[in-house]
Design a protein around this ligand. Structure first.
Ligand SMILES: NC(=O)c1ccc[n+]([C@@H]2O[C@H](COP(=O)([O-])OP(=O)(O)OC[C@H]3O[C@@H](n4cnc5c(N)ncnc54)[C@H](OP(=O)(O)O)[C@@H]3O)[C@@H](O)[C@H]2O)c1
Length: 338
């Protein structure tokens, strides 16, 4: 097959290119070159996919031979309009959308792929509405040949979104790491390699329709993910930080910004519904879910290799952590002397 991968050098798109090459397909890799070059074995087409003239002239030599497009660089409505114009006659089109496309997410829950999407008259400069509108534009162009992959949080090697890697970094470099005391919250994520490999299979099998593409709600808890981080770090011979339990009320009172200062951590009222995404179709279609421990260990190995640097710990988190750690150490000392 000839697969056009829009993106090709990013977090997800690199994994898609690897999976397509591993499956023996020919790959036309489309990117601007800002993120480096696609790997050997691909045909690199340098184009701005948001610009119809650029995309159309770059793709002209391939258009009548493309079997499927896997679109991993949809960040604007203009990009969807351009792709719709250029690829309207391809046999199959995979658009990487997001669960953010749902009007009610966050807070969720998402009960299935028929849940309402953001509207045309919502603010299309916002990520979720942009994804919903892009799906509509592409569906209008390619009709039933569209597979709209509404991805959840993607993790794994190559992830430069500073979510999982932030926790790994903190646990590897601090003596104590401030974590929410309540961390039994079930979360759901998908490994980049699982999603990429599955999308290549979906291109081969011409899978169509909308799909919530993430792990099953409850595949692990936030606490289990943090423990997996500590285990991964220890398994490379390094000490892992101790956890300092911070309570919701003190996090709120100190002004700790959910998600921004503590990735994956959400305010209590949202945390209970946001991870509840119905993935029955993904399970039926055998979207793989590898153990969180494997994703975490491989991400850790990658971030060490890549020498990924992280911004300093937010001062407010450091302060709360130090205060809690001092209390826990004092309590332990008291217990030892009693
Ligand atoms: N990361 C997540 O957790 C997550 C979750 C849900 C959905 N998604 C979706 O998954 C897709 C991939 O995300 P990602 O994190 O892998 O992105 P990424 O790492 O930023 O990679 C984006 C890729 O697209 C290329 N690109 C960007 N703008 C382009 C343009 N105008 N023309 C041509 N190429 C362009 C980039 O290369 P150049 O800059 O060199 O052109 C790069 O290869 C996106 O559609 C995103 O919305 C991601």
């Amino acid at each position: 097959m000839l697969i056009a991968v829009l993106g090709a050098t990013g977090f997800l798109s690199s994994a898609v290119v690897d999976a397509a090459l591993a499956a023996g397909h020919d790959v036309v890799a489309v990117s601007r070159g800002n993120k480096g070059e696609p790997p050997p074995g691909t045909t690199w087409v340098r184009a701005d996919r948001d610009d119809v003239a650029s995309l159309s002239s770059a793709m002209a030599p391939f258009l009548d031979r493309i079997d499927s497009v896997i679109d991993c660089s949809g960040f604007t409505v203009e990009g969807a309009i351009a792709a719709a114009a250029v690829f309207k006659n391809v046999p199959h089109y995979v658009y990487v959308s997001s669960i953010s496309a749902y009007r009610n997410w966050p807070p969720g829950p998402i009960r299935g792929e028929d849940d309402e999407l953001a509207h045309h008259d919502d603010d299309l400069t916002q990520y979720g509405p942009m994804k919903a509108e892009s799906e509509r534009i592409l569906r209008a162009a390619v009709g039933k040949r569209l597979l709209a992959v509404r991805a959840g949080i993607i993790i794994g090697p190559g992830d430069d979104t500073y979510r999982l890697t932030t926790w790994l970094h903190r646990i590897a470099t601090e003596e104590w790491v401030g974590v929410p005391a309540a961390r039994s919250q079930p979360i759901a994520v998908i490994d980049v390699r699982d999603l990429a490999t599955w999308m290549v299979t979906a291109a081969e099998e011409l899978v169509i329709g909308p799909l919530n593409a993430t792990g099953p709600a409850g595949m692990c808890t936030f606490g289990e993910m943090l423990e997996a981080c500590a285990d991964a770090i220890r398994s490379t011979g390094l000490p892992a930080a101790r956890f300092a339990n911070l309570h919701d009320a003190e996090l709120r009172a100190a002004g700790v910004r959910p998600w921004t200062d503590m990735p994956f951590v959400l305010p209590g009222d949202v945390a209970h519904t946001v991870w509840q995404v119905d993935t029955a179709r993904a399970r039926e279609l055998a979207v793989p879910v590898r153990p969180i421990s494997e994703s975490v260990a491989d991400t850790w190995a990658w971030q060490v290799r890549a020498a990924l640097s992280h911004p300093p710990l937010p001062a407010v988190v450091r302060e709360l952590t130090e205060r809690r750690a001092a209390k826990e150490m004092a309590a332990a000392a008291e217990g030892a002397s009693a």
